[in-house]
Design a protein around this ligand. Structure first.
Ligand SMILES: Cc1ncc(COP(=O)(O)O)c(C=O)c1O
Length: 481
């Protein structure tokens, strides 16, 4: 019998190369602080180092890893560096990486319960675990009227919530007939831009997405929301959806959920709560007051891939009424029909989000929760908040810097009193130095620096060094003047 020709990697080769990759990642973790946090690559630099055409013949695996080291690493911004303080974190961890690897190893596509029962059931189970872990309302449990699903990102979760709200407000006719231009939705001026994108995709249109003004602390003003809803109703429009944020992207502002819910529910609007990063803080009972009123939400989401040590991507999205979501997103072509679905006894997650196919993402979340335990997660979240609060104290007591917004958790917005040019100069120099990575926003029209503590391995020494470097750059400004 002839042996069939194959270019595939054998299990033994996989084992050998797999060990080398794990060793490479472990080494990377130990030396991550030796790299410039922000990649200093110039546009086009990485592509210029790659061959113009794909290889015709197989290359040895060792050459691939060598190229990762020599060609790819210079173009990597080190999100996993403990000196990464930019944007919001995207923190990874050993158990998260290994769970993700297992998901790849199993290679499951879990679009239906029947395409891998464990993929669906573990996900439902872990999302049910998280409900009491985060102090979320029982209506989000799968044993109740609601349930949770893992989405890729908070953007997708918001889109699904908006679509369900749109359908509910139009008696499920918009999916069929399209939007008539009368549907309106509400966010604040500080809501994440993903809601704008959701309004575009959902056919609501950004002109029909109302940006409600905020108070001095950048939180949505409920009175302004109520006024706008009334005006829209008088104009014959159909208000359907409000998004409240727990921890806005710019400044970590907390919208007053209970007050917003009271207004929203008066007119049957769907209330979505976006807690993308800050939702993780609810693991600690002492921070749960920041999302008071969450029990009134129709949907809620947070990103374990931001601050809960779970590798990107992993967004957890819950609804209070799963029927509304399923009725909005369900389509059952003949080729997906199966007995389990027909029996009504299973969840088919393809009806809970935009795409059909789905990865076995709950494995990494399950690994993270079991590795750390609730206590371990709480410990590290509390530590990040303590470090950020310590940083805020240094800013508060400094002659040259000031806080630009309240710092309720792990994000500190601050600025040099000398104005925008000084702040831009300090940030550019710090980021070019590679010692740390900070980003900015604009608050009250002023360029503001943001320091977010949330990378898995950030410790006191990293935050102390960040402050020292910020002070040094500030001193250089004074000397140069
Ligand atoms: C409050 C908030 N919502 C939504 C998002 C979008 O997150 P994702 O990348 O998961 O779509 C972000 C991202 O930083 C965010 O800060």
């Amino acid at each position: 019998m002839s042996v069939e020709k194959s270019f595939h990697m054998t299990p033994d080769e996989f084992r050998r190369h797999g060990h080398a990759v794990i060793d490479w990642i472990a080494d990377y973790q130990s030396r991550v602080e030796s790299f410039s946090v922000l990649s200093q690559a110039k546009p086009g630099q990485i592509r210029a180092s790659l061959p113009a055409n794909a290889p015709t013949q197989s290359e040895p695996f060792e050459a691939l890893l060598k190229d990762v080291e020599n060609l790819i690493l210079p173009g990597v911004t080190h999100w996993q560096s403990p000196n990464f303080f930019a944007y919001f974190p995207c923190n990874a961890s050993g158990p998260g990486i290994l769970g993700d690897l297992l998901s790849s190893g199993l290679g499951v596509q879990g679009m239906l319960w029947s395409t891998s029962p464990a993929c669906t059931e573990l996900e439902t189970h872990v999302l049910d675990w998280l409900v009491p872990m985060l102090g979320l309302p029982e209506k989000f449990l799968s044993s109740n009227t609601g349930g949770g699903v893992i989405q890729d990102t908070a953007s997708s979760a918001a889109l699904c919530a908006l679509l369900a709200a749109r359908e509910g407000a139009t008696n499920y006719t918009t999916n069929k007939e399209g939007c008539d231009g009368r549907i309106v939705a509400y966010v604040s001026t500080q809501t994440h831009s993903s809601l704008q994108k959701a309004a575009m995709i959902a056919g609501i249109g950004v002109d029909n997405l109302r940006s409600i003004e905020v108070d001095d602390h950048f939180a949505m003003r409920p009175v302004a929301l109520a006024r706008r809803i009334e005006a829209d109703k008088r104009a014959g429009l159909v208000p359907c959806f409000v998004c409240a944020t727990v921890g806005t992207t710019s400044s970590n502002a907390m919208d007053p959920i209970a007050e917003i819910a009271a207004i929203a529910h008066q007119d049957n609007l769907w209330l979505h709560v976006d807690a993308a990063m800050s939702g993780t803080a609810a693991l600690c009972p002492e921070f749960r007051h920041l999302q008071n009123g969450v029990e009134l939400a129709d949907s809620y989401n947070f990103n374990p891939h931001k601050w809960m040590f779970t590798d990107f991507d992993c967004n957890c999205f819950w609804v209070a009424d799963r029927k509304a979501l399923i009725q909005t997103l369900s389509i059952l072509p003949e080729y997906l029909r199966n007995q389990a679905t027909e029996s009504g006894a299973v969840i088919d997650y393809r009806d809970w989000h935009i795409q059909l196919g789905r990865r076995f993402r709950s494995l990494k979340l399950w690994f993270v929760i079991r590795h750390y335990g609730v206590e371990g997660l709480q410990y590290h979240i509390r530590r990040h908040v303590e470090l950020a609060q310590q940083f805020a104290d240094w800013v508060r007591n400094d002659k040259d810097f000031e806080l630009a917004a309240p710092a309720p958790l792990n994000l500190v917005c601050f600025r040099h009193k000398a104005g925008d040019v000084a702040n831009q100069t300090i940030m550019d120099r710090l980021n070019r130095s590679g010692d740390l990575f900070l980003t900015h926003t604009k608050l009250h029209g002023n360029l503001t620096l943001r320091l977010c503590v949330g990378q898995t391995h950030t410790q006191a020494k990293h935050v102390e060094r960040a402050w020292k470097r910020i002070r040094e750059e500030s001193d250089k400004l004074t000397t140069a003047a």
